[in-house]
Design a protein around this ligand. Sequence first.
Ligand SMILES: Cc1cc2nc3c(=O)[nH]c(=O)nc-3n(C[C@H](O)[C@H](O)[C@H](O)COP(=O)(O)OP(=O)(O)OC[C@H]3O[C@@H](n4cnc5c(N)ncnc54)[C@H](O)[C@@H]3O)c2cc1C
Length: 378
Amino acid sequence: MELTENQEMYLKILDEFIEQEVQPRIKELDVQDEYPVWMQQRLAELGFTRLVAPEEQGGFGESMTTLLLLIIRGCQVNNTLGSLLNCSNNANKLLSFANERQKEVFLPRIVEEGRFMGMAYTEPSAGSDSKAIQATAVLDGDEWVINGTKSFISYRCAVGSWQVSAKTVDEEGNPGISVFLVDANAPGVSYGAHYDKFGWCGSDTGDVYFKDCRVPRWSLCGTVNKGLHISLSTLDGARLVIAARAVGYAEGAFEKAWEYASEREAFGRHLTDFQALQHYFADMYSSIQVNKGYLMHLVSELDAGHSIGKGGSIAKLNSTLMAQQVCQRAMELCGGMGLLKDFGLSRYYEDACVIITGEGTSEIQRNIIFKALQRERR
Ligand SMILES: Cc1cc2nc3c(=O)[nH]c(=O)nc-3n(C[C@H](O)[C@H](O)[C@H](O)COP(=O)(O)OP(=O)(O)OC[C@H]3O[C@@H](n4cnc5c(N)ncnc54)[C@H](O)[C@@H]3O)c2cc1C
C-alpha cells in the first residue's frame, strides 16, 4: 500500500517517539501494571489526540486509514501505545451522537488533553448480553440520577467522560436502555482497585461505581430508551480498531521471533534453516497479510463513506484469532526464551487473548455474521 505524504509524516513522528521515549521504558511498560500518564501527555503534545477529529473542531481531519496505520505501528511495540493512539477516534464518535452541550464540555477533553470517552457498559451480570444491565437512571427534576456498578472497565485513569448505559423508563412508562455522558470526576462516580489480570498491562481495568450520581438533563445521549442504537452506530469503527490492534500484535511477535530464530543455533544450524520452522514463518506471514489486506480494504470503504455491514465483525473475528495463533506460534518458535517475560514476546500473546473477548467475543461476532447472512439471503 502506498502511503500519503501525511501518513509518512505521522509514522515518522511516531517512530521517533517510540525510539526515543517508549523503547527505553519498554520493560517497565511490559511488567509494571501501572497506567503510563506520561505517554498520554506526550501523545497529546505531539498532536495524536487530534488526528481524525474534523478541522473545524480543532482536529487534523485525517482518515481512519491513517489512524489504523498508526495503531498497527503502536501495537507492534506496546499495547497501551496502540490504545492511546485511538483517543482521537473518540472525538468523531462523540460528534456522531452528542448534543451541542455535550460537545462543548467533552470534546476539548479528548482533542486537547487526550482524555478518552470511556465505555461503561459491562456489569457483573451483563457482558455479551448488554441488555441485561441493572444500572438505572431516573429523572428527578432537571437531573438524572444514575445508580449501578460497571465492571471490566478499561483505561479509567485516562478517561474524561463516561458513556454509561442504564435502564430508563420513558414518559409513557415503557422500559428501555439509555446512554449518558458523565464527567469522569462527577460526584457519585468512584473507582475500585484495578484487576490483576492476564494481558493489557497498564490498562487500569476495574469497576466503576455510580452511586446517586446526579447529572444534568443534557447528559442523556439522543432520546430516552434509544441508547443501544448509539453504541451500535459506532461499532464499525471500533471493530476495525480492534482488528488493527490484532495485526499490530501479530506483526510485533513475528518480527521478534524472526530476529531470534535468525540468530539462534541448534544442531549446528540457525533455527531459520529448518524447513519445518520456515513453513511456520511462511504461514504466520501469510495470515497476517490476508487479515491486514482485508482490514485496509474495509477501512478505505469506511473512509469513502460506505457501510461495511458485517465486514467489521468478519475482520474482528478473524484478525483476533489470527493474532492469538501467530503470537502463540512466535513464542513456540523461540523455545524457552519465548516464555520469559523479560524477552518481551509473551505479552503479545497475552494482549491477543484479551482482544478475543473485548468489543464482542468471537461467538458474538459469529452470531452477527450469521444473522447478516440470513438477512441477505431471505
Ligand atoms: C481487559 C478487558 C477490558 C474491558 N474493557 C471494557 C470497557 O472498557 N468497557 C466495557 O463496557 N466493557 C469492557 N470489557 C468487557 C467486555 O466487553 C466483556 O468481557 C465482553 O463483552 C464479554 O462479556 P463477559 O466477560 O461477561 O462474558 P460472557 O458474556 O459471560 O460470555 C462468556 C462466554 O460465553 C459466550 N457467549 C455469551 N453469549 C453467547 C451467545 N449468545 N452465543 C454464543 N456464545 C455466547 C461468550 O462468547 C464467552 O465465550 C473488558 C473486558 C476485558 C477482559
